[in-house]
Design a binder for this molecule. Sequence first.
Ligand code: HH2
Length: 264
Amino acid sequence: MGILNVTPDSFSDGGSYASAEAAVARGLHMVEEGADLIDVGGESSRPGAVPVPADEECRRILPVVEGLAARTKACISVDTCKAAVARAAVAAGARVINDISGLEDPEMAAVAAATGAGLVIMHMRGVPATMQTDPCYGDVVDEVAAFLGARLQRAVRAGVDPVQVVLDPGIGFGKGFEHNRALLRNLPRLGGRPMLVGVSRKSFIGRITGAADPRARTAGSVAAAAWLSVHGAAILRVHDVKDTCEALRVVATLRAEGDGYAMA
Ligand code: HH2
C-alpha cells in the first residue's frame, strides 16, 4: 500500500503535491513501482495534528481519487475517520476505507456495509492531538487485540462481512517504543483477520537507526517491512514503494521451496 498524503502537514510527505494532477502522477508512479493499493489521505494524523473539516478533506482528496480511479486498476483506499468523507470517496472510485479511529464515527460501519468497500480497522489510543502524552497499558497486545475484536464485532453488527475487514495495530498511535515493539512482534495474536501495518518512516524506526529526518528512514523502514512480511503482516503501508517491493521480492524468493535445499 503506497502512501499518498494530500495534506499540507503530514509528518513525512506533507505539502509534496501542489496540485491534484501532481498527486495523481505520484500515485500512478507508485503503481508502476509495484503498489497494489494507493492510500489517499487528506487529514494528517501525526502527533499533535488538528482535525480537518469534512468539506476541506473532500476538497483535497476527491479530485485525486477520481483521477486515479480513471487511470489505474490499482485499488484506491481512502484514509479517513469520517463516514461522510468515506461515502464520497467510495462514490468517486475508492474501494477501501482506511479508518485509523477504528469506527469512532457511528456511521462508518454502515458505509462499508452499504457499499461493500474493504474496511481497515486500526487501533488508536486517544486522538492525534494528545495521543503521545504518556500512553499506558497493562498488556498492550491483549488490550489492542480486545479493542480490534470488539470493533470487528461492531462492524459485523452493522452488516459488514468479516471478509471485508483488515485489522491494524496502529503503530505510533498512542504507543511508546516498547508498546510498538511488542505489537510488531505479536501480530498473529491480534485477531482473526489479515493485518495491515504502517511503520514506514515513523519515529519508531528513527529511534532504532538514529535518523531524525523521516526521509532518512528508508533503509530502516524497508528492513521492518521485510521482517513483518514473514511475521504476520498481509499489507504494508509504505512511502518507499520501489525499495520495499524489491526487498519483499528477495524475501519471497528466499522463502520459496522447491530448490532441493533444506533450510539450515
Ligand atoms: N499511519 C498513518 C496514517 N494512516 N493508516 C493505517 N491503517 N495504519 C497506519 O499505521 C497509519 C495510517 C500516519 O502516517 P502518514 O500518513 O505517513 O502521516 P500523517 O498522518 O502525518 O499524514
